[in-house]
Design a protein around this ligand. Structure first.
Ligand SMILES: C[S@@+](CC[C@H](N)C(=O)[O-])C[C@H]1O[C@@H](n2cnc3c(N)ncnc32)[C@H](O)[C@@H]1O
Length: 269
């Protein structure tokens, strides 16, 4: 398993460091990150030994509805630069309510958190600040360009407690047990119960797996209806690997937010 520390990649910032310059450079870098490597990732898209596959070929602008484009085997749009800018767009906060989500996670300084399908770090970076220097965030993603960008953004923000975990087989696990395992807008990219069970095995006693994903039907944001995993289907998958719903939050306008845990004693210390 490869785990990379947040500051291994250094971002070259302009000497003047004026805000506008920094932003321009970041987006230039984003284009570099997304343009310099071959598109798509080998070894995905046809299941990975866990009874499920992805490559369902949707994309969702997360704030811009969905439109017909081409998508890679991970369900990410081929135009990754545009996708990334949508994932990180300021408008997303209006419906994603990241501060409220992070508050709902009930984190404490020093907690260990894993973000699965972390993308460029919308939540991983916020959570890294929340758990503080004594805590750690493992950011798992099957798309290396996402993790490359996440590391650069962490370096830019002087965040040192995010460690990336590449997931070339689409089923990587955090290298230690966690207080929280978070999946945001990502489970529908890898909708298998087996991986969910393997992740749940990595929870500390009292730990919770938190899934946030889009409600069914046509919405102004998110994937097309036939690519979503409904709340009920997710709960069925979770139950099949011994996860029980312990808390549900309903403040998000377009998504369900479910906290699950193994019954007490099943994840012993
Ligand atoms: C819609 S993005 C969500 C990113 C992030 N969680 C957020 O809320 O901004 C879905 C992410 O899941 C990743 N992904 C797709 N299949 C995956 C898999 N099998 N394992 C890990 N990540 C995967 C994609 O590369 C992408 O970064």
């Amino acid at each position: 398993m490869t785990v990379r520390a947040g500051l291994l990649r250094k971002v070259e910032l302009s000497r003047g460091s004026a805000r506008g310059d920094r932003r321009a450079l970041r987006w230039q870098h984003l284009v570099d990150v997304t343009g310099e490597r071959p598109r798509g990732v080998s070894g995905h898209g046809h299941g990975h030994g866990h009874g499920h596959g992805h490559g369902h070929g949707h994309g969702h602008g997360h704030g811009h509805g969905h439109d017909p484009k081409s998508y890679d085997a991970l369900g990410n749009p081929e135009d990754l630069a545009a996708y990334l800018s949508k994932l990180e767009s300021p408008e997303r906060a209006e419906w994603q309510r990241p501060d409220d989500v992070v508050r709902a996670l009930g984190l404490r300084p020093g907690n260990v958190v894993c973000d699965v399908g972390a993308g460029p770090g919308y939540f991983a970076l916020r959570i890294a600040r929340e758990v503080g220097p004594e805590g750690r965030v493992y950011a798992i993603d099957a798309e290396p360009r996402m993790l490359a960008l996440l590391l650069d953004r962490a370096a830019d923000a002087h965040i040192q407690n995010v460690l990336t975990v590449p997931s070339p087989d689409g089923a990587a696990l955090p290298p230690e047990r966690c207080h929280r395992i978070l999946i945001v807008n990502a489970f529908h990219h890898f909708p298998g119960a087996d991986y969910l069970g393997m992740l749940a095995d990595q929870l500390l006693p009292g730990g919770r797996l938190v899934n946030i994903d889009f409600q069914g039907g046509e919405l102004p944001v998110g994937p097309p209806p036939d690519h979503k995993v409904s709340r009920e289907d997710f709960l069925r998958s979770a139950a099949s690997v011994g996860l029980e719903l312990v808390e549900e939050h309903t403040f998000l306008p377009y998504q369900y937010l479910l906290e699950l845990a193994r019954p007490e004693g099943e994840n012993p210390a």
